[in-house]
Design a protein around this ligand. Structure first.
Ligand SMILES: [Zn+2]
Length: 294
């Protein structure tokens, strides 16, 4: 998106935002979102708004996001995104169209391609136009995301103090990202749906095996994540999505570059592992769908 396109979209959707400093409503003035008390947030190139005053330091640098994007383009998460699209579609089917497009927040959207690809699936197969809103702490991720031509609001922001008004989203997606459930509950429409994607013990087990010998993540992690979810939302349904993804030579380097799994490895370990790509890797996720407790 260009700066002008993003500014136009933000002007239409200004009612979505609340000032992260004072909580006041915001409106677009020129190329800035501005609250009644005068806090102002500029739209920047290539087309996103930065609502963070003090950006944190992070290990999620640009090269990591570039690797993730290539893997998404290769289709690493396509089958997962198919299922998410079907789940959303099933939720929409009985609802009367209310005129304005339902909003879908990707909380911790990184470089944005999962959100864009999900929007494309919904529009293409179901004729369902959702307004995508991608937010992430990492500016490098959002800058990359904003290069897409998708009609999506992109913002750098903090989910713990998120710059949106109550009940703004029909859907909130949290894909392999830390979640702030108190904020999710605040942001969700009364009959909205939270979709939490939790990696399972065998997710990328081939990579783990080569790096650390033991191939499985602790079962406990996935279980705790599911329990934590159920404490905050009424579980509507859950399912496991599991498939093998064929690894090409380039894909393997990207996989090593994109995952925090490799951060603990030494340079020697990484160099060695790079030489021995598996034929395929396992993608294994649990999708938890939840609603606000009554
Ligand atoms: Zn303000």
């Amino acid at each position: 998106m260009t700066i002008q396109e993003q500014a136009g979209l933000l002007a239409e959707e200004a009612s979505l935002f609340a000032c992260p400093v004072c909580g006041e409503a915001m409106e677009m003035t020129g190329s800035s979102l501005r609250c009644a008390k005068g806090h102002s947030y500029d739209v920047a190139k290539p087309g996103y708004v930065n609502l963070l005053r003090n950006p944190p330091s992070t290990r999620y640098d640009k090269s990591l996001f570039v690797s993730r994007r290539k893997l998404m383009e290769d289709g690493l998460f396509d089958s997962l995104l198919d299922r998410l699209a079907e789940r959303i579609q099933a939720n929409e089917a009985p609802q009367e169209s209310s005129g304005s497009a339902p909003r879908l927040l990707d909380a911790g959207c990184g470089e944005g391609s999962p959100l864009v690809r999900l929007q494309e699936r919904l529009a293409g197969r179901a004729g369902l136009e959702l307004l995508g809103v991608g937010v992430d702490l990492a500016k490098e991720g959002i800058r990359l995301a904003a290069r897409s031509s998708s009609r999506t609001v992109w913002c750098v922001g903090d989910l713990a103090n998120s710059p949106f008004r109550d009940g703004s989203f029909r859907y909130i997606l949290s894909l392999l990202s830390p979640s702030n459930y108190a904020e999710f509950r605040r942001l969700l429409e009364a009959d909205g749906l939270v979709l939490k994607v939790v990696p399972q013990a065998d997710y990328l087990q081939e990579l783990r095996a080569r790096l650390y010998g033991d191939s499985l993540r602790p079962e406990e992690e996935a279980r705790q994540a599911a329990d934590w979810f159920r404490q905050h939302f009424q579980l509507a349904d859950e399912e496991t999505v599991r498939y093998s993804f064929p690894v090409r030579e380039e894909t393997w380097s990207e996989l090593l570059a994109m995952t925090p799994l490799a951060w603990k490895a030494t340079a020697e370990q990484l160099a060695e592992v790079r030489q021995s790509p598996p034929a395929e890797v396992t993608v294994s996720m649990r999708i938890l769908a939840g609603r606000r407790p009554g």
